[in-house]
Design a protein around this ligand. Structure first.
Ligand code: PLP
Length: 387
């Protein structure tokens, strides 16, 4: 399959999430459509960024990032993700998780390669595969609320052209946190079919109800084939700073690093320093603290959905709630999301954005990563839906 320039630009349509954001702005609504967290940045991280700029850390860095950030990330992935990590061999700092996924796909996929992206998926994963000339194949996870990893459906969708599988745990939009048993089934599929696994773990610190985040690369047989991708947009509330990374086997580091260099040159330098200091100096209680805070917001969101007459699926992780809106007027999820916006002034994403077919027609996604007063106001407004 050869992509021409114009076909590439067709893929590059505005995501549904951005489209809903535009609609929401038009009516001055509260935007629970976009996954932007507007919470406070840890003060230490802000101060270190200012200091880094003042101290002159404003020029390009090496393609894979400053040693201080690679060291901090290596230490963190060893302790939190249980992965082996060498500062020189295994870490590439990137322009956020998005840049990391793009560089990985660009580096490791050939045109025509098929990549399995279980649905519901994060749209960027699908678009990224397409932009790299690959073909996303989107078997479905089981029904909500469990969204069980369906090994049979995944296995059935594998062909000779399948090169990789993309997993997002905890997931946007479903909030699914892959269990160890599911990850073992995933591992068996990857090993039996010799597949790469690209994992997006950006919500790794947002896991509720005592569940644990497990990195697929930590399972036996997965280290060599898994690119573990994450970043600090969400954990430090710095979506605009663009700091993420790929952890991979040394075999892949230079290839991915080379593409990362071509696309981004480097991660913004002062923010590399600030994030490194944040990783090094923030205590574990910082992460458990934000997790508890978000668990509180999840409860606010779920309660409001219930009062509004919507059946919401309780997410195990991340900061999104998918809600059944079949009783809301409108034919499509977009109509229903527009009805909710017009009646209550709350923006949500039609869940068709997360499925290849009509499975998302009766669902919308709310993002609850908002400051409490804003979320409270959104919840009050949503209650007026009263379906
Ligand atoms: N991956 C997932 C699953 C997301 O939901 C988002 C943002 O909403 C991103 C990646 C973007 O991450 P970053 O800001 O690190 O590029």
């Amino acid at each position: 399959m050869k992509l021409t320039g114009s076909e590439r630009s067709q893929i590059m349509t505005h995501s549904d999430i951005r489209a809903m954001t535009i609609e929401c702005t038009k009516v001055n609504g509260i935007n629970l459509a976009q996954g932007v967290c507007d919470l406070d940045i840890p003060p230490l991280v802000v101060n270190e960024a200012k200091k880094a700029i003042d101290e002159g850390w404003n020029t390009y860095t090496r393609f894979d990032g400053l040693p201080v950030l690679r060291e901090a990330i290596a230490k963190k992935v060893r302790a939190y993700n249980r992965l082996e990590a060498d500062v020189e061999k295994n870490i590439i700092c990137s322009e956020g998780t998005t840049g990391a996924m793009f560089a990985t796909c660009m580096a490791l996929l050939n045109p025509g390669d098929e990549v399995i992206v279980p649905a519901p998926y994060y749209q960027y994963h699908v678009f990224t595969v397409q932009m790299c000339g690959g073909k996303p194949v989107t078997p479905k996870l089981g029904p909500p609320p469990a969204w069980k990893f369906d090994a049979d459906a995944i296995q059935e969708s594998i062909t000779k052209k399948t090169k990789a599988i993309i997993i997002n745990t905890p997931s946007n939009p479903s909030g699914k946190v892959y269990s160890l048993a599911e990850l073992k089934a995933l591992r068996d599929i990857c090993v039996d079919n010799d597949l790469f696994c690209f994992t997006d773990e950006i919500y790794e610190y947002f896991v509720y109800d005592g569940l644990k985040h497990v990195s697929p690369a930590s399972l036996e047989g997965m280290a060599e084939r898994t690119m573990t991708i994450s970043g600090y947009s969400k954990s430090f509330s710095i979506t605009g700073w663009r700091v993420g990374y790929v952890h991979c086997h040394e075999k892949w580091k230079n290839t991915i690093g080379y593409v990362n260099d071509l696309i981004n040159v480097c991660t913004p330098t002062p923010f590399q320093i600030a994030v490194a200091k944040g990783i090094e100096q923030l205590p574990e209680s910082y992460y458990s603290g934000i997790c508890d805070e978000y668990a509180g917001k999840r409860k606010m969101m779920l309660d409001a959905c219930k009062d509004a007459g919507l059946h919401a699926y309780k997410p195990e992780g991340s900061y999104y709630v998918l809600a059944d809106v079949s009783m809301v007027p409108g034919k499509t999820a977009k109509d229903k999301a527009m009805h909710i916006l017009k009646k209550t002034g709350v923006g949500a994403v039609p869940a068709t954005a997360f499925f290849p077919d009509s499975s998302g027609d009766a669902m919308v996604r709310f993002c609850f990563a908002k400051r409490d007063p804003v979320l409270k106001e959104a919840c009050e407004r949503l209650r007026k839906l009263n379906v």
